[in-house]
Write a protein that binds this ligand. Sequence first.
Ligand SMILES: Cc1ncc(C[n+]2csc(CCOP(=O)(O)OP(=O)(O)O)c2C)c(N)n1
Ligand code: SF4
Ligand SMILES: [Mg+2]
Length: 347
Amino acid sequence: MATTTSTPGPKTNRIGLAVLDYKGGRTTLCAGCGHNAISERIIDAMFEMGIPPERVAKLSGIGCSSKSPAYFMGRSHSFNAVHGRMPSVATGAMLANRNLLALGVSGDGDTASIGVGQFVHLMRRNLPIIYIIEDNGVYGLTKGQFSATADLGSKLKTGVINDLPPIDTCAMAITLGATFVGRSFSGDKKQLHSMMKAAIAHRGTVMLDIVSPCVTFNDHEGSTKSYKYMKDHDEPLQEISFVPAFEEIDVEYDPGTSIEVTMHDGSKLRLRKLEEDYDPTDRIKAITRLHEAHEKGEALTGVFYVNTKAPNFIEMLNMTEQPLATLPESVVRPGREVLEQVMEELR
Ligand SMILES: Cc1ncc(C[n+]2csc(CCOP(=O)(O)OP(=O)(O)O)c2C)c(N)n1
Ligand code: SF4
Ligand SMILES: [Mg+2]
C-alpha cells in the first residue's frame, strides 16, 4: 500500500500568518544597501510579534530609505509623504485612528536636513510611533551629497571633506522627550532584531537611528558610515534581549550584570550591561554617554533611554477610546439642539 507523506507547511505565528504574509514588493534599491537589511529585520520582528499587517501604517518621506516601505509588509497601509514632512502625516493618522501601529521610515536627509523642524516637534509629543532613521550620512537618492548627520571630517567618494559638525539625532530625541531611543547598525542582525521587537511593545515615541551604509555613494575609505568603519568602531553599550509578554519569561543570566525594563504590554526588555552602572532610565546619563562617545570617536550602539511612565500624545489629548475614524455619524455630528445652544451663546 502506498504511504502518503505530508510536507510540513510554512511556520506560522500566533495569529496564524506565515512570514510571507509580511513581505512586500521586490526591492529596487542597490544590492547590499543597508536599507534592505533593515526591511528584513522589520519583517522578522512583525512576524514574530504576531502583529496583524492590516494594523500597521507605514509612513515615510522621500529618499531611498523612504522608498523602502514598498519592500516589506505589502498588506499594511502605506503613505509616502513629502520630503521631511512625514511626522505631520503620521500625527494625523494616529489621531484619526489610535488603534494603528505607526511605523515611520525616514532617512538622515529626510529627518535631520530638510525635515528637522517636523522631527523636533514629533519627538516632544511622545506620539505612539516607531520612527526609524536609515542613516547613511548622505542623500543617497540624489547621488550622495552630505546630510546633517555626516561626521566632521568624513570624506565623500569625490574627495569632498565635511567641515560641519553632525546632528546626533539620538541625543536630540532624548533631550526633546522621546521615550525609547536607540542606535544600531544594519549589519548587526541580532542587536537590531531585539531592538525592533522591543520597539513594537513600546507605547510612545520610539526613535531608532540605524546606521545603514550606502554602498553606492558612502562605503569607501574616509566615510564614517561605511561597513568597515562601523565594524571597526562599533561600541555596543549593552547586550539586548527581548522577551514578548506571550512567551515564558525565564531568567538565564546573572542578575547582577543586567537590567530589565518592563514594557507597556508586560514584555521584558533585558539589557545586559557591559558597563556596570549603565541605567537606561536615566535621561541625563544617556545624553552624557552620547556626548562622551562623540569625543572619543566611538559609534555607540544600544538602547540609550527608555521611559515607560510618560503619558503619550493620545493620552494627553484625552481622546475617546474608540478611534475617531470609526465613530458613527450620530456621535460625531452635533444635533440641532447643540447647534442652537452654540448660536445662543454667540448672540
Ligand atoms: C522638497 C524637496 N527637496 C529636495 C528633494 C530632493 N531629494 C530627494 S531625496 C533627497 C535626500 C534623501 O536623503 P535621505 O533622506 O538621507 O535618504 P537616502 O536616499 O539617503 O536613503 C533629496 C534632497 C525633494 N524630493 N523634495
Ligand atoms: S544609492 Fe545608496 S542609499 Fe540609495 S539604494 Fe543605492 S546604496 Fe542604498
Ligand atoms: Mg541618507
